[in-house]
Write a protein that binds this ligand. Structure first.
Ligand SMILES: C[S@@+](CC[C@H](N)C(=O)[O-])C[C@H]1O[C@@H](n2cnc3c(N)ncnc32)[C@H](O)[C@@H]1O
Length: 264
């Protein structure tokens, strides 16, 4: 069956033109302070679940060339589906998974500061991810309902379209793919105006904390929404009310937003 093609008012986006290696190099070859803080927050949230939850199946939606969301689910999932649409991204993931590059070791070191991750054993983690993860080339609009015990979706719903309705449908597809009670972590660029990967412009919807909370509240219990500025500093609601987060240090967005909670 032909996967559902995401539509945007700007016309169709060619996700096969998304250059995985360039994206990885620009964003993840070195660990940035904002990613580190996100990783710590996700680690502490998923890590706290691990003692009371048997490992099940996880999904990372729109993985692109980022392995850290999948890594963060390892204490909670012995099967992880990387549900990705773009051809180059799927090829990059399939190449990395059997033995991911040492650039990802820093991300794992951050995760293993928590005992739930340390318990998995450092030497084994490559093999563990290789065993657990499979790449599934498909659109998030074709995700099955209530299938997964834990889920992540990083910088996808707001970064695949410039259409607000499609952003909301993408969030709904992700949340509906989770079983009731499943913990999730979803990350968003704050007020992004789009981004360029290897001379190719990709769209975005401008979203902020209120819009994300409003969108997720219908699906989530105990929702927590955190903002991190581009220097990796956490910003709480009061700081935000006193002005916009730190003027962006990089073009096109104002920091990152992380939503954590459980599927209702
Ligand atoms: C901005 S990138 C985010 C990549 C990665 N999750 C990260 O944290 O950096 C957006 C990703 O969404 C993927 N994507 C676009 N449309 C999609 C769809 N309909 N279903 C699943 N993934 C999609 C793209 O191929 C790309 O990998």
């Amino acid at each position: 069956m032909e996967p559902s093609r995401p539509l945007t008012p700007d016309g169709q986006v060619d996700w096969d033109a998304f250059a995985a290696h360039d994206y990885w190099k620009a964003n993840y070859a070195f660990m940035r302070a904002d990613d580190r803080l996100f990783l710590e927050m996700v680690r502490d949230f998923f890590g706290a679940e691990a003692s009371s939850t048997p490992a099940g199946s996880g999904v990372d939606v729109g993985s692109g060339a980022n392995l850290y969301p999948a890594m963060s689910m390892l204490p909670l999932a012995d099967e992880i589906t990387l549900w990705e649409y773009g051809a180059q991204n799927c090829a990059w993931l399939r190449e990395q998974l059997p033995h991911y590059s040492t650039y990802w070791d820093r991300y794992w070191q951050t995760l293993r500061e928590h005992k739930a991750y340390e318990a998995l054993g450092s030497r084994d983690v490559r093999r563990r991810l290789a065993r657990a993860a499979t790449v599934h080339q498909a659109s998030l609009f074709d995700l099955p309902e209530q299938q997964f015990d834990v889920g992540t979706m990083f910088f996808v719903a707001e970064s695949i379209t410039s259409d607000e309705g499609e952003f909301r449908r993408a969030v709904a597809s992700f949340m509906e793919a989770l079983k009731p009670g499943a913990p999730f972590a979803a990350a968003f660029m704050r007020n992004s105006t789009g981004y360029v990967v290897k001379d190719h412009k990709f769209p975005a919807v401008k979203v902020d904390e209120d819009g994300i909370a409003e969108c997720l509240r219908a699906f989530a219990s105990d929702l927590r929404v955190h903002t991190v500025d581009t220097r990796g500093r956490s910003i709480d609601a009061q700081d935000r009310s006193e002005g916009a987060p730190e003027k962006q240090l990089r073009d096109g967005y104002e920091g990152m937003i992380l939503a954590l909670g459980h599927r209702q």
